[in-house]
Structure formats: structure tokens, C-alpha cells
Design a binder for this molecule. Structure first.
Ligand code: ADE
Length: 224
């Protein structure tokens, strides 16, 4: 898949794209690129934002600035072409990100992530340029960059081959394999530490019992 991140801080993504599971995905032919929203602004002096109509604190990223960046990148009208790719605007007011949305986005050929700053985007970005408005949680970040990394991280690790161990992304917290429940607890050596022993069943070698115990623990964590 191809992930394009539209941001005022493309440098932030240099660290992210150097991480192992991201470089694994790139080696497999996937792409992730950060695009500077300021680079194509139609306004003078690199302006990208403006004061909000109706007054109030802070600045708002302009819709024509985002439109210009998408048009330049895709060589087409991003309003007319809406729906041909997934365009996710990151905003604290959006739909909450979860594992099923990560799985859905991982199935897309092309994914654009729009990072807001200041007070966020002009609402017309959400309504006419984005296909989704997504929040990573009920708190306000200084901008969408960290949220975009969270989304890209969760999506990339779903791609076949991006993790060293293929099973890791199948039976993990909130996955279908666990009926959406949190994952069961893990233990490794030593078998006893400061009087705290690893559950006996995990040392038994009885795979059926181990499986039953894990599912039970997962259900317990879900409170069901
Ligand atoms: N931008 C600011 N806060 C955010 C959040 N919680 N999720 C996504 N984007 C954001």
C-alpha cells in the first residue's frame, strides 16, 4: 500500500520511517511518504492558516491550502476524485480509531493522512476532501502528526510480512481471533521470580489446556 502523510512537519516522519516494522513494509514494496503542506500553498510567504470566522482563539488550516497539496500530489481534482482513495483527517473530534478500522485501512491500496495543527482544519476539509475524520483518543494533541503515526503504525503492522512473526498480528488484543477482547497475559523465564510463579498450565506442555486458559484469560480481561 501507499501511505501519504500531509503535514506541516514532514521531518517528524524521518524517525518513524526508520523503524524496523516500517522498513520491513518498505522492503516489501509498500510506500510511506511525508508531504509538506507548506510546499504547495497558493498563499504568499508560506501561509497555510487563518483566523477563525466568528472569532475565537487560535488559527485554522485553510481548505484551499489542503486542496492545493492534494491536487499537486495526485494531479487531479481531490473533490471530484473523492472516494478513489481513503483520506483520513486526524482530529480530536473524529471517530475513535480502533483495531477494526486499522484492519479496514490496511486493505486500502492508497491511504492519505491529513495532519491538522493549531485549532485544526477548516470544516470543509472534513466534509469535502476527507473520507474519514479520525481521533486516536479523547484528548487534544498539539497536532495530528503523532496521531498519524499511531494510525500508520497500527495499519502497517497488519500488512502481511511486516512483522517478523506472521501469527503476531492475528491473535492479538482486540482482534477477531479473540472476539475483540484484550490479549491474554504472556510469561517467559524465569519460571519463578521473587516468589511469583508462572501459571502452571503454561509449563504443562498440554496445548489444548494452554489454549483454553488463554481464551479464558482474554475473556476475563474483557469483563465477559
Ligand atoms: N489532533 C489533535 N488531537 C488529536 C487526537 N486526539 N486524535 C487525532 N488527531 C488529533
Amino acid at each position: 500500500m501507499k501511505i501519504e502523510v500531509f503535514t506541516l512537519f514532514p521531518d517528524w516522519f524521518r524517525w518513524f520511517t526508520g523503524q524496523r516494522h516500517v522498513t520491513n513494509a518498505i522492503d516489501l514494496g509498500h510506500e510511506i511518504e511525508a508531504v509538506d503542506l507548506r510546499g504547495t500553498t497558493p498563499l504568499g510567504a508560506g501561509q497555510v492558516d487563518d483566523t477563525p470566522y466568528g472569532g475565537g482563539a487560535g488559527m485554522v488550516i485553510r481548505v484551499d491550502v489542503v486542496e492545493a497539496a492534494l491536487r499537486e500530489r495526485w494531479g487531479a481534482d481531490p473533490v471530484e476524485g473523492r472516494g478513489s482513495r481513503r483520506v483520513v483527517a486526524l482530529s480530536a473530534s473524529g471517530r475513535q480509531f480502533d483495531d477494526s478500522l486499522a484492519t479496514e485501512l490496511a486493505g486500502a491500496e492508497e491511504l492519505a493522512l491529513l495532519c491538522g495543527r493549531y485549532e485544526g482544519f477548516d470544516e470543509r476539509v472534513h466534509e469535502h476532501l476527507a473520507t474519514d475524520v479520525v481521533s486516536i483518543g479523547p484528548y487534544v494533541l498539539a497536532g495530528g502528526e503523532l496521531a498519524a503515526m499511531v494510525v500508520a503504525d497500527a495499519v502497517l503492522r497488519k500488512l502481511p510480512g511486516a512483522l517478523g512473526h506472521e501469527d503476531s498480528a492475528v491473535e492479538e488484543s482486540f482482534s477477531e481471533a479473540l472476539d475483540g477482547a484484550p490479549e491474554y497475559p504472556h510469561y517467559t523465564r524465569p519460571a519463578e521470580w521473587r516468589g511469583h510463579a508462572v501459571p502452571e498450565v503454561l509449563l504443562s506442555g498440554d496445548h489444548a489446556r494452554v489454549r483454553e486458559w488463554r481464551l479464558e484469560q482474554s475473556r476475563r480481561r474483557a469483563g465477559s
